[in-house]
Design a protein around this ligand. Structure first.
Ligand SMILES: [Fe+2]
Ligand SMILES: [Fe+2]
Length: 273
């Protein structure tokens, strides 16, 4: 079935031929960040199937996952990969993705989902917070017009995904009578998982594909990936990230105000090493 009419934007709406290659091609940090993001997004169909199974019987959520969310996430992967191929044609994207997928695909199993549906939805809010912050930071970093447009499109999708998962979470919070402490722990678990896995594995595979002679050389990897991660860290929208992360806790406004500032200070460390 063709779902392209349901997509909020399409690949064809981006003017790839008009990319100002000279403006980005020299930027290795950006190459690493875009390429690793394209790897993670391109594997989204695997989580969709896991999630659809997890929400068996919730027809509304399943339909949204199947008909909108999956296609939008895969389009993020396709668009980013197309951009990377256009600007850095010497990079073998397919080979890099294949190696990444062999590693990463094995980690995306149902056992990794929260057993409670409501808690899984709180955890999905964490994931969408991470991606919304990532693309907002990238959008802030880039000055090449086509990439500016692309990162803005993706960022808007991620914020919308967050809202959708958050609304579904609210339904389950009631029916599963989820207390704040349980939700807090689920949020923390997913933050830690993201820190340990996704971005790091993807970056490693981009690095390995570029420098096969330094494969598994941790010092060489850090030398290349460190500056890219530092660049991203400087641009992470701290306040937005913290607001989105805390929202499912439904904290009293005064407590929220007290927490937001100190947490914003450490938020750059939440999704990055
Ligand atoms: Fe995405
Ligand atoms: Fe998303």
């Amino acid at each position: 079935m063709d779902y392209s009419s349901a997509l909020p934007w399409t690949l064809e709406s981006l003017n790839f031929a008009g990319i100002d290659v000279a403006r980005v091609r020299h930027n290795q940090d950006l190459f690493l960040l875009l390429c690793s993001a394209s790897f993670v997004e391109s594997g989204s169909d695997l989580y969709t199937h896991n999630l659809i199974e997890h929400f068996d019987g919730d027809l509304e959520l399943q339909a949204w996952l199947r008909e909108h969310w999956e296609h939008e996430e895969l389009q993020h992967g396709r668009a980013l990969a197309a951009y990377v191929r256009h600007v850095w044609p010497e990079f073998d994207w397919d080979a890099g993705f294949k190696a990444f997928w062999n590693d990463y695909g094995a980690l995306c199993t149902n056992e990794q989902l929260e057993p409670s549906r409501g808690l899984e939805l709180a955890a999905r809010c964490v994931v969408e917070t991470g991606t919304a912050s990532l693309y907002r930071a990238l959008n802030d970093i880039v000055d090449e017009p086509v990439l500016k447009q692309l990162t803005n499109n993706i960022k808007s999708d991620e914020v919308r995904h967050y809202k959708h998962f958050y609304q579904a979470f609210q339904r389950y919070r009631e029916s599963e009578r989820l207390g704040r402490y349980k939700v807090f722990r689920a949020i923390l678990r997913r933050v830690n998982e993201i820190r340990n896995e996704d971005s790091d594995i993807a970056l490693r595979h981009v690095f390995n594909q570029c420098y096969p002679q330094h494969k598994d050389d941790k010092a060489a990897f850090l030398k290349v990936a460190g500056p890219a991660q530092a660049l991203l860290r400087r641009h992470i929208p701290a306040e937005m990230t913290v607001k989105m992360l805390l929202k499912p806790l439904n904290l009293p406004p005064r407590l929220l105000q007290t927490l937001e500032k100190p947490l914003a200070k450490i938020s750059e460390k939440l999704f990055l090493h």
